[in-house]
Design a protein around this ligand. Sequence first.
Ligand SMILES: [Zn+2]
Length: 127
Amino acid sequence: MTKIRCHCGSPKNFNECCEPIISGIEKATTALDLMRSRYSAYATYAAEYLLATTYISQRQYYTRSEILKWATSNQWLQLEIIQVTENTVEFKAYFLDSKQQKQIHHESSTFKLKNGSWFYVGGNFFD
Ligand SMILES: [Zn+2]
């Protein structure tokens, strides 16, 4: 257990915020919690968790190696939540790419609750 501030930007420590969700001890109870935990999963290279929380019909479009490559080639700086509804989260993820250039990934993600668990379905991307 690591006593560092959570990657997702909450004031809690990682071990009291996203880490128990990523490790499966706790469940994300809202779409926003799932979104935050998935951002933290990118920051900690938890590719298995990212696949497992992708909605089953969408999982074929992702591979563990591609997720890991995207996660590790960038340096994740900050998550900014823009707008939240029950099943969507608009956010900006700030990161440094492999050339150390500051980038912003701006997305509105859609989530689905199935059998008591939240899943990532997909996203609309902004320029
Ligand atoms: Zn967190």
